[in-house]
Design a protein around this ligand. Structure first.
Ligand SMILES: *[C@@H]1O[C@H](CO)[C@@H](O)[C@H](O)[C@H]1NC(C)=O
Length: 280
């Protein structure tokens, strides 16, 4: 083989698995545990738009079954949301819509799809992360496209540390900002859980809103998006009354590192707050 051909083959061998794998989507829109280690469906109180159509609740965490939405960088051709908005048909009793309150911290979950720089299992620390944004939609219509002026940035969730020469300790330090906040990545590189948090702005108008997550992995790869609706209440008391009426827990989320003591990477005093919640 000529040298250029060998180089091309080498390049493809290195680049293709990463390109094929690095996609993602939001699985849960109101998760009870911030910075958690493992996905637990019982900790998910609300689901994205159309989750039931793709078995997002009862299927395997890392399988999207057509749920994933990748834009084409020609927004007039690829819809921002995987399915059009219809609040009557796109939520079910088993995959309900979220309810938030002003000032609340919200936790979202997503599968890692091989895309985390963590030197315990990856030699390459140059796993890029470019943009992790949460938008709220101004008005009730589905926004046409990612550059719609109806999209208002609610929070910039930062980017994870990466680079060919970064201190390896940065890659194994959690929590991390951005996409790669997945402490158990090395146990399941494709399908480990990553979590994000964002805060409902105090000046948001109470009422039902559409939210959009957008992830740009690399500037050369089209963005990934997930859409969902949520009822935003002025106070926690009103949010709690709503969740009580729909038969859901009214507990506030907790932080994994606040309820667990970790010594040498192990939980020394395991607590599972889910049981007390369910038993009331
Ligand atoms: C919430 O996410 C931000 C990044 O958007 C991060 O800086 C912050 O540490 C997170 N908060 C907690 C408690 O993990």
């Amino acid at each position: 083989m000529p040298v250029t051909m060998r180089l091309l083959v080498l390049f493809l061998a290195l680049a293709l698995p990463a390109l094929a794998a690095a996609h993602s989507w939001i699985v849960c829109t109101d998760y009870l545990e911030n910075n958690g280690w493992y996905w637990d469906e019982a900790k998910c109180r609300a689901w994205p738009r159309s989750a039931h159509r793709h078995n997002m609740r009862f299927g395997y965490f890392g399988l999207h079954r057509g749920f994933m939405n990748k834009l084409d960088n020609h927004p007039e051709e690829t819809a921002l949301c995987r399915h059009p908005r219809n609040d009557d048909t796109e939520y079910t009793d088993l995959t309900p819509m979220a309810a938030y309150y002003l000032g609340q911290k919200v936790v979202l979950t997503h599968p890692t799809k091989n895309h985390v720089a963590d030197v315990r299992c990856k030699d390459n620390t140059n796993i890029v992360d470019t943009e992790n944004l949460i938008f709220a939609v101004d008005g009730d219509e589905d926004p046409c496209c990612i550059d719609s002026d109806k999209l208002i940035v609610v929070e910039d969730m930062g980017i994870s540390p990466y680079g060919p020469d970064i201190d390896p300790v940065l890659t194994t330090t959690y929590p991390k900002p951005g996409f790669q906040n997945a402490p158990k990545f090395c146990e399941n590189e494709a399908d480990a859980m990553g979590t994000y948090n964002f805060t409902i702005p105090l000046d948001m108008k109470p009422g039902r809103h559409t939210f959009v997550w957008k992830w740009i992995r690399s500037p050369t790869v089209s963005p990934f998006t997930t859409c969902w609706e949520a009822d935003v209440f002025a106070t926690k008391a009103e949010r709690d009354a709503h969740y009580t009426a729909t038969g859901q827990s009214t507990v506030d989320l907790w932080d994994f590192y606040q309820i667990n003591t970790i010594v040498d990477g192990q939980i020394v005093d395991p607590i599972d707050p889910v049981d007390p919640i369910i038993s009331g």
